[in-house]
Design a binder for this molecule. Sequence first.
Ligand code: PHE
Length: 343
Amino acid sequence: MEEIFDRAYIVLEEIKISSPETVEALEQFRIQYLGTKSVLKDLFGAMAQLPSERKKEYGQLMNMLKAAAEKKFEELKVMFETSKPSTKEIPDLTAPGFNMPLGTRHPLSIVKNRIIEIFSRIGFTIAEGPEIEDDWHNFTALNTPQDHPARDMQDTFFLTEDKNYMLRTHTSSVQIRKMESEKPPLRYIFPGRVYRNETISARAHCTFHQVEGLYIDDNVSFADLKQTMLYFAQEMFGKNVQIRFRPSFFPFTEPSAEMDISCFICDQKGCVVCKQSGWVEIGGCGMVDPSVLENCKLDPKKYSGFAFGMGVERITQLKFRVNDLRLYFENDIRLLKQFSSAV
Ligand code: PHE
């Protein structure tokens, strides 16, 4: 007796999963489940073998089966009629193909990839670190202990009340992670997103991107830093570009410098981009402070090195002249599709 029910349930499943894909297959489906000699008719016939107290239940099951088959048939029929299936039509092989528009890269990605490419040619490899940092990697190990006035140089988004966790304010935290975990020679660039608690305007944003560089070995000198920066500037902005270092301060480098490039837009004649000065700033740099090496258990008598950090938005502004920083984070297609990958 249960066999009769089982058979009916199996047929119900069959109806549910069957999906005729052509008009012919749909007709087969109709004959099989709804025609005069259909499977359902057979199943109905089996009712006679059941005791009267199970007949009602079986009847309901039969109604379900019939309704499921009818519903599927009607739906597919409508679908085939409206979509005019072309099973027998030969496609027009001479028709023009569809044009699939290619996406474009975000201008920040174009510039970031270019920076990476330039440095990888002289042996720098990429490393990354977390965007949520702890106090040690973002500040203390970088020679910026609690209450150090230099902490105010960067407005921080703290994540915990004790200020032990924060969104990293610079990619310099990745320097520490690398120096702690590997032995020199270290030659890395660290591209990444950083965060600062700034009011959003055309000239400032609470999130932006940096590419940090670090080179630690024995006998790395300031001259190496200058030459590396000159190479980068000329690859990025043109062979005639010159660089200028201005003395500056960062807690984790000594000496420290701010790096300018000669304005390639006006050839140093003076323009709005360089504010008539002939020079534009692109980042900070310096020799890694010996106490930072010590914090990472590297012997400053044995090793020295340089570090630099530059703003990807800043370089993108110079390259593409989109000055309102907010536009980089709105993902407006009208802006994004204007940039080609060649910079
Ligand atoms: N971390 C510094 C900043 O965000 C930039 C920097 C990096 C300076 C490496 C010196 C060396 O302003």
